[in-house]
Design a protein around this ligand. Structure first.
Ligand code: SAH
Length: 261
């Protein structure tokens, strides 16, 4: 598949390894990892998956564009490069960074590199599955990190999504620089949806004893319980708790919404 741009000289795949252990790595991703010569990504992810035949290029979690360009350079040398993201590579992760590089000033030097993206289980899917089906109706997904966009835009998106009665999944709820972001975002939802709205903090889902899943309400939740490994799900008006005969509680959003008229 070289299109009309000349011969393919290298390959770069962006893959998602899921939010936790190997059981959430798809067979397709496992096959791409196995075939690769070079793995590029955030150190802790690579430790989970690197084999003896891989050259490993670990980097800091914040240097995404530099990492993307380095990976493309290696692919242009004819190597079989896999860029690794946690979760899904298209959700607040490396796939978009690769395309940003491919649209940048230096794109010509990667003209012969074939690029593909292989999906993974995203944290919101793992967290939702643990809870039941809180994202069973319309929902939206917002990163609360203001590293790459203004906080005022995040406020606006949260407010409009709450007014439209979406369930919501918040990624990156807390950062060291801005520990107040989650509390403020939940406050915005509370203004539109009220204090009984369900809010779930799902931390380190799939990571054994570190996993912690809390079911709360906007009126009662303590945002400081969240950390950088927490996925926050805010319910819509129809999201509810179902208690089974065993006492186990599930959170779900029905597929239907009753007409307000
Ligand atoms: N590409 C990733 C998201 C990267 S952003 C994906 O699709 O999942 C990093 C954020 O993902 C974290 O701040 C947290 O909100 C969420 N996250 C990643 N792994 C998680 C896990 N095991 N449990 C809960 N949230 C997780």
């Amino acid at each position: 598949m070289s299109g009309d741009g000349g011969p393919v000289v290298g390959r770069l795949s962006v893959v998602g390894v899921g939010p936790a252990g190997p059981e959430w790595i798809t067979p397709e991703v496992a096959a791409r990892l196995e075939a690769a010569t070079d793995l590029v990504g955030y150190g802790p992810y690579l430790e989970r998956i690197a084999g003896p035949h891989h050259r490993v290029h670990a980097s800091d979690n914040r240097e995404e564009l530099a990492r993307a360009m380095h990976a493309l350079d290696m692919a242009a040398e004819g190597r079989d490069v896999v860029v690794v993201s946690g979760g899904d590579p298209g959700v607040f992760a490396m796939a978009a960074a690769i395309f940003e590089a491919l649209e940048g000033a230096q794109a010509q030097r990667w003209a012969g590199v074939e690029v593909d993206v292989t999906p993974g289980v995203s944290a919101m899917q793992a967290a939702a599955a643990r809870l039941g089906a809180p994202l069973g109706n319309d929902f939206c997904v917002i990163s609360l990190s203001d590293n790459l966009k203004p906080w005022s835009l995040i406020q606006r998106r949260v407010r409009l999504a709450a007014e439209a009665d979406f369930a919501m999944a918040f990624y990156n709820p807390i950062s060291r620089a801005r520990p107040w972001q989650l509390g403020e975002a939940l406050g915005i939802v509370r203004e539109a949806q009220g204090p009984d709205t369900l809010v779930m903090l799902a931390t380190a889902v799939g990571r054994g004893e570190r996993e912690d899943v809390q079911i709360s309400t906007l009126g009662e939740v303590d945002p400081t319980m969240a950390n950088m490994s927490t996925l926050v799900i805010v319910g819509a008006a129809s999201t509810r708790v179902l208690e089974r005969p065993s006492g186990r509680r599930h959170v779900y959003t029905p597929r239907y919404v009753e007409s307000a008229e």
